[in-house]
Design a protein around this ligand. Structure first.
Ligand SMILES: Nc1nc2c(ncn2[C@@H]2O[C@H](COP(=O)(O)OP(=O)(O)OP(=O)(O)O)[C@@H](O)[C@H]2O)c(=O)[nH]1
Ligand SMILES: [Mg+2]
Length: 297
C-alpha cells in the first residue's frame, strides 16, 4: 500500500544548510525599514515607481520570451486599477469603520485552535523563503502589527494568526526543510488537513533559487491532500531577470506535468523589499475571501 506523503519525508533536510544562508541574529522589522516600506517600497538598487506597484510583475518578464509565459486560460486574475485599490484598502486599518488589523494568536498544535468564524489564508514554504516578510510587507501600512522575520532559516515556530478586520485571517507558518520544527506535522500538516475555513494556501517558492526537491514534495502533498493552493515566487528583486524567467518556466513545466486541479494556474511574483506584485496578491486574497468582486471572474 502507498504510504501517504508527508513533510516528515523532509526531516532529513533539517540539518542541510541551504545554499548561501548565513547565520545572523534574529531581527524584527527595524523602524527605518518600515518607514521605507511605507514611503513607496525602495530597494537598494532600484526605486520602484508607484505605477509599477500595481503592475503584474509577470508582464515585465514577457519581453524576454518570444512565446507567451502564460496562456490566456492560465492568466485568469487580472483586476482593474479600481479593483486593485479596493483590494489594497483591506490591508489598511480604519478605526472609523472598525476595520482593525492585528496579531490574534499563536499556537503550536492545530487541534487546540478554535473556530474564528472567518475565512483563513495560509502561507507555506521552505524555511527562509520569505513567508513572514510577505505578510509583513502586505501590512506595511499598519503601524502596530509586528511580524517577525529573520535571516536565520526556521525562525517561525508557531502558527501565527493575523486578523484583518472581520474579513479574514492570514496565517504565517513554520517553514519546511532546513531547521524545520519537530512539531511540523502536528502543527502545519494537521492545520492544512483539518481546518474547515482555510480557503486557500499560498506555497512560496524562492524566485532566485527556484523549485527545490522540498518544494516538489510540498506541491505533491497538497495534491494528495486535495488542498487548493496558489504558487507565489518571492524575492524577485534579488533574482536576475533571466534566472527568474528560467525558474518560472521550470515551475510551469512541473505544474503542467505533475499538478492537478488543486493548483491555481496563475503564479504570482512578489518582492517584499520593493513591493512589486503585492497589490495584485492583496487583491487576489480580497477576492478569494469574498471581500471584493472582480469583473470577468
Ligand atoms: N531581497 C529580498 N529579501 C527577502 C524578501 N523576502 C524575504 N527576504 C529575506 O529573506 C530572509 C527570510 O525571510 P523570512 O520572511 O523570515 O522567511 P520565512 O519564510 O518566514 O522563514 P522561516 O520563518 O524561517 O520559515 C530575511 O532575511 C528577509 O529579509 C524579498 O522579497 N527580497
Ligand atoms: Mg517566518
Amino acid at each position: 500500500m502507498k504510504t501517504p506523503l508527508t513533510f516528515c519525508h523532509l526531516h532529513h533536510l533539517r540539518n542541510q544548510i541551504p545554499g548561501s544562508v548565513m547565520y545572523m541574529r534574529n531581527q524584527t522589522l527595524k523602524s527605518s525599514t518600515r518607514r521605507s516600506l511605507q514611503s513607496g517600497f525602495k530597494h537598494a538598487k532600484n526605486v520602484v515607481k508607484k505605477q509599477d506597484l500595481f503592475r503584474n510583475p509577470l508582464s515585465k518578464l514577457q519581453p524576454y520570451l518570444q512565446i507567451p509565459i502564460l496562456s490566456e486560460e492560465d492568466e485568469i486574475f487580472s483586476p482593474t486599477q479600481t479593483e486593485l485599490e479596493k483590494g489594497r484598502c483591506l490591508f489598511r486599518s480604519d478605526l472609523k469603520t472598525k476595520h482593525e488589523i492585528k496579531f490574534h494568536t499563536a499556537v503550536v498544535r492545530a487541534t487546540t485552535l478554535e473556530d474564528f468564524q472567518m475565512p483563513e489564508v495560509a502561507f507555506l514554504g521552505r524555511s527562509n523563503v520569505g513567508k513572514s516578510s510577505l505578510i509583513q510587507a502586505m501590512f506595511s501600512e499598519v503601524p502596530n502589527v509586528e511580524v517577525r522575520v529573520s535571516r536565520k532559516p526556521g525562525h517561525t515556530k508557531t502558527l501565527n494568526f493575523f486578523q484583518v478586520g472581520k474579513s479574514f485571517s492570514l496565517v504565517d507558518m513554520p517553514g519546511y526543510g532546513f531547521n524545520m520544527p519537530e512539531h511540523f506535522q502536528e502543527s502545519v500538516e494537521k492545520y492544512l488537513q483539518t481546518r474547515r475555513r482555510l480557503c486557500r494556501t499560498f506555497i512560496l517558492i524562492d524566485g532566485q533559487v527556484g523549485l527545490t526537491k522540498a518544494d516538489e514534495v510540498g506541491l505533491k502533498m497538497m495534491e494528495e491532500f486535495k488542498i487548493p493552493y496558489v504558487v507565489v515566487m518571492t524575492k524577485i528583486d534579488k533574482a536576475g531577470r533571466h534566472t527568474l524567467v528560467s525558474n518560472l518556466l521550470s515551475f510551469l513545466e512541473v505544474r503542467k506535468n505533475s499538478t492537478g486541479h488543486c493548483c491555481f494556474p496563475q503564479p504570482f511574483l512578489v518582492s517584499s523589499k520593493s513591493g512589486e506584485g503585492l497589490a495584485i496578491l492583496q487583491t487576489f486574497i480580497a477576492y478569494i475571501t469574498g471581500c471584493i468582486h472582480v469583473e470577468g471572474l
